[in-house]
Write a protein that binds this ligand. Structure first.
Ligand SMILES: CC(C)(COP(=O)(O)OP(=O)(O)OC[C@H]1O[C@@H](n2cnc3c(N)ncnc32)[C@H](O)[C@@H]1OP(=O)(O)O)[C@@H](O)C(=O)NCCC(=O)NCCS
Length: 216
C-alpha cells in the first residue's frame, strides 16, 4: 500500500462521520427491507436478496417459489397501488417494479403532487431480466420473459418474450395451443407438495412434452 493510500484509509477509520454514515445505512436497511419484510404477504419458498428494497409492503403479495434478485426495488403505492407476483417468478438483479407515479401537472414540482397509483401484476413463471423497469398499471402475463434493460409500459402478453425500450414483443415462447394447455394445467394452483414432487419434470421437460404429460 502506498503512503498516500494508507493515510486515506486511516482518515476514514478515525473520522466519526464515517461511523455515523454506517448508522444511516443500517437505518436504510431497517426501513427499506427489515421492517418491510414483516409486512409482506408471501407463499412458501419465496427468496430475495438482503438488499432488495420494498415500500408499502402491506400491499405486496409474492407467490410461492418466487425469487427477487439483488438491488431490486419493489415499491407499492402509499394508499392503494398493489404489486402482486404469481408463483415462481424470477427477478434478476436491479429490477424495479412500481405501482405509483407522481402527478405531472405543470406549475407544481412532481414531488409535491399527489401520487397516481395503479396495480401491477407479474404473472406466474415469468422471468424479468437484469435492470428491467415495470411501470404502474402493467400486467406481465404468465410465463412471459422480459429481456434485460427493458422498460415495460404496456401489458405483456402471456408466454411472450419482450425486449427494448419501450418493451415490444420479440416472439412467442410457445404456440397458442400449448399456452391453452398450460392454462388448463394451471401448475401455479398445484399444492406446494405436488409442485415439489413434479419438480424434475418442470426442470427437464420441454413445454410440449410437459403439456402432453399433464394436460391429459
Ligand atoms: C431476452 C432474451 C432472453 C432473448 O434471448 P433470445 O431469444 O435468445 O434472443 P436473441 O439473442 O436470439 O435475440 C433476438 C433479437 O432480440 C434482441 N435482443 C435480445 N435481448 C435483448 C435485450 N435484452 N434488449 C434488447 N434487444 C434484445 C437481439 O439483439 C436480437 O435482435 P435482432 O433480431 O435485431 O438481431 C435475452 O437476450 C435476455 O435479455 N436475457 C436476460 C439476461 C439477464 O438479465 N440475466 C440476468 C440473470 S437472471
Amino acid at each position: 500500500m502506498t503512503r498516500r493510500r494508507a493515510l486515506g484509509a486511516l482518515a476514514s477509520v478515525v473520522d466519526p462521520r464515517v461511523y455515523l454514515h454506517a448508522l444511516r445505512l443500517l437505518h436504510f436497511y431497517g426501513y427499506a427491507h427489515v421492517r418491510q419484510v414483516r409486512l409482506l404477504t408471501r407463499g412458501a419458498d419465496v427468496s430475495f436478496a438482503p438488499n432488495v428494497s420494498f415500500r408499502n409492503a402491506e400491499r405486496i403479495v409474492i407467490g410461492a417459489g418466487t425469487h427477487i434478485g439483488e438491488y431490486s426495488m419493489i415499491w407499492a403505492g402509499n394508499s392503494t397501488g398493489r404489486i402482486t407476483f404469481g408463483e415462481k417468478a424470477l427477478l434478476a438483479p436491479r429490477v424495479t417494479v412500481t405501482a405509483s407515479d407522481y402527478g405531472m401537472q405543470a406549475g407544481t414540482p412532481p414531488m409535491d403532487q399527489p401520487k397516481i397509483e395503479r396495480d401491477v401484476h407479474i404473472g406466474a413463471g415469468t422471468w424479468l431480466g437484469a435492470g428491467v423497469v415495470v411501470v404502474a398499471g402493467v400486467t406481465v402475463g404468465d410465463g412471459a420473459i422480459v429481456g434485460s434493460g427493458a422498460i415495460v409500459t404496456k401489458d405483456v402478453p402471456a408466454y411472450t418474450i419482450v425486449v427494448g425500450n419501450p418493451g415490444r414483443v420479440l416472439r412467442r415462447r410457445v404456440s397458442e395451443a400449448t399456452e391453452e394447455k398450460l392454462r388448463r394445467i394451471a401448475w401455479w394452483d398445484w399444492s406446494h407438495d405436488l409442485l415439489r414432487e413434479r419438480m424434475a419434470d418442470f426442470r427437464s421437460l420441454e413445454a410440449d412434452a410437459f403439456v402432453a404429460k399433464y394436460a391429459g
